[in-house]
Design a binder for this molecule. Structure first.
Ligand code: 13P
Ligand code: SF4
Length: 319
């Protein structure tokens, strides 16, 4: 409608005035993803968001996603201003891994290499040897396992168990989960698969075992989008945040996409997998932060200098 078009035009002008670029995750609102693409920004998974931020020559990065994504951008680009539509957008994994308790866990197991998922605070990253995202976790842990290293893994227990099963590595797992993916139900997925026997099952590895075990493809958001484009199937059942459908529809408009069930029989919501923190990003607060500059990521320099090492290690490995 007209008001939304005007709002988008105002945001575009603000981006130019402030030499700012949008970096958006696939789970945010489709309007934000479209705007990022129309204005020379980027829509991506968390590994690619980190890479893009480091390669862009914009003075200001506006990260549409959740807090850890903004922090990673700042850790890699201390000279840039990193804004977010709201700094309140956190993540249950980040919340579930407080730095003090995590540090004590590491101290108790000094003979383990510390591998942390990107969905963590700068403080937790600063305590780690490696940072990984879902797209690169398997090859990195496989590499460490082949070198004979024992691994302390945090915070996502589901992704940790998936990686452990795939690589055979010796891993101690922190006990936390993504509130969105944890809601997928194995028995309901089995029933849905019987109704769609030709559908390929795409699963993000933050999902529980009972979902991962039914997958044709397990991967990061980018890897799942690629599967929709490349597999010959006409139908897909997708077990991840529904925000991803915007990009899947854009790249493969003729494919049928079905949301994996988050609830069992009798429940009213069968497709409500949507991250409440990703949903905090909107055109309105994006305009506001560009006007006010208030939602700016700040990171203590001593922590940043330690956190950048394991992130750079990941980016080097992924090259
Ligand atoms: P990706 O790295 O696959 O984009 O995942 C990030 C995330 O937060 C998934 O819930
Ligand atoms: Fe965190 Fe889950 Fe939201 Fe991703 S979907 S940001 S893992 S709470």
């Amino acid at each position: 409608d007209a008001a939304k078009t005007e709002l988008k035009e105002r945001i575009k002008r603000l981006l130019v005035e402030q030499h700012a670029v949008l970096v958006a995750h696939y789970y945010v609102d489709g309007d934000l993803q479209a705007l990022a693409e129309e204005t020379g920004g980027y829509v991506a998974d968390s590994l690619e968001m980190a890479r893009f931020g480091a390669e862009s020559d914009a003075q200001t990065l506006v990260v549409c996603g959740v807090r850890f994504m903004g922090e990673t951008a700042k850790i890699l680009n201390p000279e840039k201003r990193v804004l977010m539509p709201t700094l309140e957008a956190t993540c249950s994994l980040d919340e579930g891994c407080p730095a003090d308790a995590f540090s004590a866990f590491c101290d108790a197991h000094p003979d383990h290499s510390v591998v942390v998922y990107a969905n963590t605070s700068a403080e937790v990253k600063a305590r780690s040897d490696w940072v990984v995202t879902s797209s690169i976790a398997l090859p990195i842990v496989k590499h460490l396992h082949e070198r004979g290293e024992k691994i302390l893994w945090a915070p996502d227990k589901h992704l940790g168990r998936y990686v452990q099963r795939q690589t055979g590595a010796e891993m101690l797992l922190w006990d936390s989960a993504c509130v969105v993916h944890e809601e997928f139900k194995g028995f309901a997925l089995e029933r849905l698969r019987r109704l769609h026997p030709d559908a390929a099952i795409l699963v993000h590895p933050e999902s529980p075992d009972e979902i991962v075990d039914q997958a044709d493809v397990v991967g990061s958001t980018t890897q799942l989008i690629k599967a929709v484009c490349e597999l010959p199937n006409r139908e897909f059942i997708v077990a991840t945040d529904e925000g991803i459908f915007w990009k899947m529809h854009q790249l493969a408009p003729d494919k049928r996409l079905i949301a994996a069930p988050t609830a069992g029989e009798g429940a009213t919501c069968e497709s409500c997998a949507h991250c409440p923190w990703m949903a905090m990003n909107a055109l309105q607060n994006l305009e506001q932060v560009l006007q006010r500059g208030d939602q700016e990521i700040q990171i203590d320099e001593a922590i940043r200098q330690r956190a950048v090492i394991p992130i750079q290690r990941m980016l080097e490995f992924a090259r």
